[in-house]
Write a protein that binds this ligand. Structure first.
Ligand SMILES: [Zn+2]
Ligand SMILES: [Zn+2]
Length: 328
């Protein structure tokens, strides 16, 4: 069905475009994340790139510094795709975070490009914005979770909590266990491999990682969750390696970081049992990156002098974009 000919809104609400998403594209603010998601889908379908740009969170990995290029790439995607159907699988919203899981039945250059996305929205200054999404090819209803929404708002570069030395955890209370579960949903929802408590606004000595598995040429899959409470690192190997790092709190910026190949980590697990193990390679790197967070250190602090110089304007820009929200 050609939605333009029948004038039915591409978002599939069953209404005409004039009575559905047009008002949002003309400046009205959607009152919930589901209406935002639908109106973004129809903006893609009808090639309204400015609406996509306006409703993307400044910390989203989709954010682009160069507006012209960003606008062109959205337009190119819109024009090369046909938007057959939108199916909403799930919608959960709390005061500041929302999830919408949907399947977009689209074709690109006459090939099926259907995908399912569990998208994550944050409310900033009273407006819902698209932040990020977990993607699966095709119709993949397994992205739906039946329990309640557990994702947490992130602390971004420039937030003082990321610079504080976090406090030890004296007791693994029910609140700590709930926080750990929320951190798992947050790291997965953001496609991350690890997250530390200060990144979700809790200045305590706790981080979680997804154990890297099937490592091949610096690519790896995410394995099981590992929880590190009151970790202590020791005996770094003399041998080091250099590899690129990124951080959920410093979106869109990556840089090489030199770290020891091996390190010993002593930590308490979620059941209160103390462990000690020697880790290496990517697992060691992720553990060191997350452990830095609970000491108020960021990966950009560990780059070379030359790289710091290059990163400085990018970081200043990022900070401004995220914390100075006048443009929103
Ligand atoms: Zn609509
Ligand atoms: Zn990080």
């Amino acid at each position: 069905m050609d939605s333009k000919r029948t004038n039915e809104c591409p978002c599939g609400n069953g209404k005409t475009y004039e009575n559905c998403c047009k008002k949002y594209h003309c400046g009205a603010v959607p009152s919930n994340a589901l209406d935002l998601m639908r109106s973004r889908y129809s903006a893609y379908a009808l090639n309204v790139p400015d609406y996509i740009i306006k409703t993307t969170h400044p910390a989203s990995p989709q954010h682009h510094e160069n507006r012209l290029m960003w606008r062109q790439s959205i337009s190119k995607f819109s024009k090369s795709s046909s938007y057959d159907k939108l199916e909403i699988l799930d919608f959960k919203e709390n005061r500041s975070i929302a999830n919408v899981t949907f399947t977009a039945y689209i074709r690109q250059n006459n090939q099926d490009a259907t995908f399912t996305e569990k998208s994550y929205f944050e409310k900033v200054n009273g407006k819902w914005l698209y932040r990020n999404g977990q993607l699966k090819n095709g119709h993949a209803p397994n992205l739906i979770t039946t329990d309640q929404l557990k994702m947490l708002p992130l602390a971004y570069y420039g937030d003082q909590i990321l610079r504080k030395r976090a406090a030890p955890i004296n007791e693994i209370t029910d609140d700590i266990k709930i926080l750990i579960n929320e951190m798992i949903d947050t790291v997965d929802g953001c496609n991350g491999v690890g997250i530390a408590a200060p990144q979700v606004h809790h200045s305590i000595r706790l981080f979680i990682i997804r154990k890297p598995i099937n490592i091949e040429n610096n690519n790896f899959d995410c394995g099981d969750i590992e929880v590190f409470i009151n970790p202590v690192l020791s005996e770094p190997s003399a041998e080091t390696w250099i590899e690129s790092e990124g951080c959920l709190s410093i979106p869109t910026i990556h840089s090489d970081v030199e770290r020891p190949v091996k390190i010993t980590v002593e930590y308490t697990d979620i059941n209160g049992i103390r462990h000690k193990k020697r880790v290496s390679g990517w697992e060691a790197k992720i553990i060191m990156h997350e452990n830095d967070h609970i000491d108020g250190v960021l990966f950009v602090d560990r780059t070379t002098k030359e790289e710091k110089k290059e990163l400085k304007p990018l970081l200043n820009n990022l900070k401004k974009r995220i914390h100075d929200r006048t443009e929103l």
